[in-house]
Design a protein around this ligand. Structure first.
Ligand code: S3P
Length: 436
């Protein structure tokens, strides 16, 4: 599938982007492990969170199909209610599913195998298999530390104290989920704050989570009590619209019900540092998660040096931010973001190549990118099957001089199935076909 973009236009009106992907995964997993019936609203019906849903169903949990409002009912069987899947669990493109489920499955009394698509089968998994191994888990990966992951049951996991080498919510969450099944306490220390949705949702399900500065811990053997979960709109999906409305003249857009958890807010902070006009309206909470409407209007952006402490807080938003940088006056410099090289694609190289194809000077480094703002031309960009790269370059058309074609866009459905019609309704001149 490819996106075809005509240049120009602006973004106006009101948009509710789909439910938060990270929170959708966790709602299914914790609902499956809880005692009782969990009602979810705002669930993301994207391929990634549906992969988590299918995996939990394959382990005997009754879960309804999401309806148009993202309503899902999960009949949890308690902490020890999962049953052996009859086939390998295929998690598609979803790194979050694989890493979190590896932790959840490490303490089960049955064997399981985790596989995924070509991209996921190349992504690093040692970051979870190594600490889970310290807890006593039996997990084998390929010689290069990638999936398939083969998990063999062990008598008992034990709690550990683990210092994360890189800030990663996926690794932290994987260890904490294994910790629910471990003897004693499991503590994780982070080098920098990463998204804390697992901690917030465990608390909402009545499970005690201890915090002590940068350490977070759980004790095994507790109980999760079913609860209702309202999932905010995903700030990572809203990010494309925040950038699009900032760069396109005469834009004025409201994004409703967006999650603004402080561990996710880097994109708002960074765009505001660049001169963006983003207003946070009507702040409130959905369960334990802060939510607001975001009003964004066109603004003249300028380049910035991205503070390294913002990197983990904006980790998924750099493809979008790089498009803002391409439209900004002067240079934007990112460092300390080597993690971007092991996301759904190598986002440093793939974004640098795409920006260069569109006439923007972009110098990649091992751990970042330097971009000089300028006039975007038209051209063809390969997204390499990376949903966020595809959506970021779609927004670039708002300021391009000629049409843009974006190849390999089918994976947009992993996080934002209706991106093209929703963006078109707001004013993006986008269509799609099956020729690329
Ligand atoms: C996620 C954590 C992040 C992020 C990913 C979703 C999560 O990964 O990039 O899209 O839901 O925990 P890392 O924690 O590995 O940086």
């Amino acid at each position: 599938m490819r996106f075809l973009l005509n240049p120009g236009g602006n973004l106006r009106g009101s948009v509710r982007v789909p439910g938060d992907k990270s929170i959708s995964h966790r709602a299914i997993m914790l609902g499956a492990l809880a005692d009782g019936v969990t009602g979810v609203t705002g669930f993301l019906s994207g391929a990634d969170s549906l992969a988590t849903l299918a995996a939990c169903r394959a382990m005997g949990v009754a879960i309804t199909d999401p309806d148009a409002a993202g309503r899902v009912t999960i009949h949890g069987g308690g902490l020890h209610g999962l049953t052996a899947p009859s086939a390998p669990l295929d998690l598609g493109n979803s790194g979050t599913s694989m890493r979190l489920l590896a932790g959840l499955l490490a303490g089960q009394p049955f064997a399981s195998t985790l596989i995924g698509d070509a991209s996921l089968m190349q992504r690093p998994m040692r970051r979870v298999t190594q600490p889970l191994g310290l807890m006593g888990a039996q997990i084998t990966a390929s010689a290069s530390g990638t999936a398939p992951l083969q998990i063999t049951p062990v008598d008992q996991l034990r709690g550990i104290e683990y210092a994360l080498p890189v800030a990663s919510a996926q690794v932290k969450s994987s260890i904490l989920l294994a910790g629910l099944f471990a003897d004693g306490a499991t503590w994780v220390t982070e080098p920098a704050p990463s998204r804390d949705h697992t901690e917030r949702m465990l608390t909402a399900f009545g499970y005690t989570v201890e915090r002590d500065g940068m350490r977070v811990g759980v004790r095994g053997g507790g109980r999760l009590v079913a609860t209702d979960v309202a999932i905010p709109a995903d700030l990572s999906s809203a990010a494309f619209f925040l950038v699009g409305a900032s760069i396109a003249p005469e834009s004025d857009l409201i994004l409703t019900d967006v999650g603004i958890n402080p561990t996710r807010r880097g994109i708002i902070t960074l765009l505001q540092m660049m001169g963006a006009d983003i207003e946070i309206v009507n702040p409130r909470t959905f369960g334990g998660e802060p939510v607001a409407d975001l009003r964004v209007r066109s603004a003249a952006l300028h380049g910035i040096e991205i503070p390294e402490e913002q990197v983990a807080l904006a980790i998924d938003e750099f493809p979008a931010l790089f498009i803002a940088a391409a439209c900004a006056e002067g240079e934007t410099v990112l460092r300390g973001a080597a993690e971007l090289r092991v996301k759904e694609s190598d986002r440093i190289q793939v974004m640098a190549d795409g920006l260069t194809a569109l006439g923007i000077a972009a110098d990649p480094a091992a751990d970042g990118l330097r971009i000089r703002g300028g006039q975007l031309r038209g051209g063809t960009v390969n997204s390499h099957g990376d949903h966020r790269v595809a959506m970021a370059f779609a927004m670039a058309a708002l300021r391009a001089s000629e049409p843009i074609t974006i190849l390999d866009c089918a994976n947009v459905a992993t996080s934002f199935p209706d991106f093209a019609p929703l963006a078109a309704a707001a004013g993006l001149r986008i269509s799609s076909d099956d020729n690329g």
